[in-house]
Design a binder for this molecule. Structure first.
Ligand code: ADP
Length: 274
């Protein structure tokens, strides 16, 4: 499912003394099946874009196209529901959204709300726990008896249960140790590969963007200031450093890309150790 942001602008509390422009004419095209990272410092507009991706926010001006649906300022709420189903968002600390008595009930909650018959939803839940790397036995457990990493996997299964065409990851490794980070990022990469899932990673981690994404967009003060492949982005040290991205870090990534994969590879090999 292709996604296209065209001159997307957004202001919080428009027309009030608290008006705050958060996005300015953002243009960004995300091809179906690609892995797009959106990176930038705090306050650069990443979350505001994320909330447009499943129509939690509507543009103040400009548009966002998701598949054949175009969201503009005037779009009616009822027209946004199908878009929300197609775009799954894994919010930061998604395990905080678990609430049911058992893992199974948690995973089938979304599909059943959308009218999927219980048997079918349960069948899907059994496949999904395996897909996210958990034993089937967790289905009958309380999500609150699981470890933090397992809870996060259950929450991810819950998002996948809606069969989204696009998955948006909001700082998905927040709060995890380095090993947990790699496991979760590898899991998303495998999902992206196996299911041809269009994946949008919203992060301040250049490391994750360099390692996993096909395409990177850099946000700075509400503007999309640079887009390209990791190779293109990390070649452009001068532009990157203009946007307060730390030069030693950029050089570090550049060297890593050169040494480990060479620039002819689209991305780093996932099995390589740091
Ligand atoms: P990021 O996700 O990159 O940290 P945000 O999209 O959250 O950036 O924020 C972009 C700008 O919008 C910032 O200046 C931020 O202070 C402002 N902003 C974010 N949310 C709100 C809000 N609910 N009300 C007013 N301003 C907001």
């Amino acid at each position: 499912m292709d996604i296209k942001l065209q001159k997307l602008s957004f202001a919080y509390a428009p027309g009030t003394p608290f008006e705050k422009r958060a996005l300015f004419d953002v243009d960004l095209a995300i091809a179906s099946g690609s892995y797009q990272a959106i990176i930038g410092h705090t306050g650069s507009g990443k979350s505001t874009i994320l909330q447009h991706l499943n129509a939690l926010l509507k543009p103040t001006a400009g548009s966002i196209q998701i598949g054949d649906k175009v969201i503009t300022a005037g779009k009616k709420e009822k027209d946004l529901r199908p878009i929300r189903q197609k775009v799954g968002i894994v919010f930061q600390f998604p395990e905080h959204q678990l609430f049911e008595e058992t893992v199974l009930k948690d995973i089938i909650f979304g599909p059943m709300n959308f009218g999927v018959p219980e048997e079918e939803a349960m069948e899907k839940a059994r496949d999904l726990v395996k897909l996210v790397g958990l034993p089937e036995a967790v289905l009958e457990k309380s999500p609150f008896d699981l470890s933090g990493g397992q809870m996060r996997r259950v929450a991810i299964a819950g998002v996948l249960a809606m069969e989204p065409d696009v998955i948006v990851l909001d700082e998905p490794t927040a709060g995890l140790d380095p090993r947990g980070r790699k496991e979760i990022m590898d899991l998303f990469y495998q999902l992206h590969q196996k299911r041809n899932l269009t994946t949008i990673l919203v992060t301040h981690s250049m490391e994750d963007a360099a390692r996993y994404a096909d395409q990177i967009a850099i946000m700075h003060e509400g503007r999309c200031v640079l887009t390209g492949t990791p190779r293109e982005i990390f070649s452009d040290i001068e532009t990157l450093s203009n946007y307060r991205l730390e030069v030693p870090q950029i050089i570090h990534f550049q060297k890593q890309l050169e040494q480990k994969a060479g620039f002819s590879f689209p991305k780093l090999c996932l099995t390589e150790e740091e």
